[in-house]
Design a protein around this ligand. Structure first.
Ligand code: UD1
Length: 419
């Protein structure tokens, strides 16, 4: 198992380029199951999760190759198998994204239940209830949800809480259903807009892009699409927070500043300078203190839960006390115990973490507990005096491509070692 060793106290300075968004690549890859032909996806990040999705697609019969320029060509003329096995699903919850496309294409899908996840129970009841509203029948058999649908039919699907992958699954089923589907209280994350662009490119008819009401008119036939994955807003935000925490100055290229409204606002209130263009962000903090600001995670365009842990790392160094409230997942404070090992002063009160800022952190051995928690430990380690060793970084590799290499090029002293 690999670990990261960081010698803290260096400023993050220079330029960094972000990769394509993991959370857009996964549904767009799954969408290739919907229609025969060769689909072309540009800017797919090379991550453990995208490799898992490619293995899953290959297990259904999709053949893929990389163009010399890096774009993925995926041929889904033959989709025969419809079972997503436990071995693949257990490593990546987003495997559930194949449920909607398989039902739409084959009228059959058997997907292992994702089971518990470190950041909360994360059920898939919204997915199955929405697909059932479109006419699918589900059985639970030996840990698998077994879905059948002779022909999906449009209906109204209402989400109690806007679910990102839930909205994506219903969209992918509805585009091939007979008649009109209306999704109410749909999630509005930018990754859903990217999926809508792909589905539209395949011939789907969808109204309401960017809003919480989506109207889909089913069509009989879809064809292959060519689309570019949007930049990863969570990777972008992680670099912004690393630069702010280390008192650095970083230009982040190839990103979408318009996808980070809440983080940009909170950083400015914390006293960090943020400039932006169409596809770049410049973050600078030259010696000034960070002011404590409160944050509450919310569905997009609110503050993303996927940046909560990294923002907390910044707040451990702020002047004053900040309250960070997690409203999306019930158990997403596992990084708190690890940040405390680095000297942070944080207490948990229900769904809120109360962070009393300190002058500095001290290096220590810590353990990554989930994907975004790992990123928060990297930020804390970059700031801490002395050496920080982060073990179990396979979590980090699920969602960040070459994070330590990018940071090293921007002045960090960070290396990967095998334990
Ligand atoms: C997606 C993202 C993940 C992000 C999360 C919230 C992907 C691949 N993953 O996860 O990085 O942290 O959105 O922005 O895009 N819920 C149910 N029943 C369901 C589905 C969800 O109760 O069937 C609940 C969840 O427990 C959670 C809330 O709904 O409390 C929102 O979760 P959801 O948006 O579905 O998260 P994911 O799509 O799994």
């Amino acid at each position: 198992m690999d670990k990261l060793v960081i010698e803290g106290g260096r400023r993050i300075v220079g330029e960094i380029r972000v990769d394509g968004a993991k959370n857009a690549a996964l549904p767009l890859l799954a969408a290739t199951l919907l229609a025969p032909g060769t689909h072309r996806l540009e800017n797919v990040p090379d991550l453990r999760d995208t490799r898992t999705m490619l293995r899953l697609l290959a297990s259904f019969g999709v053949e893929w190759e990389r163009e010399p320029g890096g774009a993925l060509l995926l041929n889904s003329d033959r989709v025969e198998n419809f079972e997503a096995s436990y071995d693949l699903v257990k490593t990546m919850r987003a495997s559930v994204l194949v449920l909607g496309p398989l039902l739409a294409r084959l009228g059959r899908a058997r997907v292992s239940l994702p089971g518990g996840c470190a950041i909360g129970a994360r059920p898939i009841d919204f997915h199955t209830a929405g697909l059932a509203a479109l006419g699918a029948d589900f059985d639970l058999d030996a840990g698998y949800v077994d879905g059948r649908a002779a022909r999906l039919t449009g209906n109204t699907v209402y989400f109690d809480i806007p679910s990102v992958t839930g909205t994506e699954n219903i969209l992918m089923a509805a585009v091939r259903a007979r008649g009109t589907t209306v999704i109410k209280n749909a999630a509005r994350e930018p990754e859903i807009g990217n999926l809508i662009d792909m589905l539209t490119g395949m011939g789907a008819r969808i109204k309401g892009r960017g809003s919480d009401i989506l109207e889909v008119e089913g069509v009989d036939e879809l064809g292959p699409a060519s689309v570019r994955i949007i930049p990863d807003r969570i990777e972008t935000g992680t670099f912004m927070l690393a630069a702010a925490a280390t008192g650095g100055e970083l230009r982040i290229n190839g990103c979408s500043p318009q996808h980070l409204p809440a983080l940009i606002e909170k950083l400015r209130r914390a006293g960090v300078k943020v400039d932006q263009g169409d596809d770049w962000i410049l973050v600078a903090r030259d010696g000034g203190d960070i002011t404590a600001v409160d944050v509450k995670t919310m569905p997009y365009p609110g503050f993303p839960t996927d940046l909560q842990a990294q923002f907390m790392a910044l707040m451990t160094l702020a002047r004053g006390t900040s309250v960070i409230t997690e409203t999306i997942f019930e158990n997403r404070f596992m990084h708190v115990a690890e940040l405390r090992r680095l000297g942070a002063d944080i207490s948990i009160d229900g769904h809120s973490a109360v962070v009393r800022g300190r002058k500095n952190l001290r290096g220590a051995n810590v353990m990554a507990t989930d994907l975004r928690a790992s990123a928060s430990l990297v930020i804390a380690g970059l700031v801490a005096d002395g050496v920080t060793e982060i073990s179990r970084i396979y979590h980090l590799d699920r969602g960040y491509a070459g994070l330590e290499k990018k940071l090293a090029r921007a002045g960090a002293v960070i290396r990967r070692e095998s334990e």
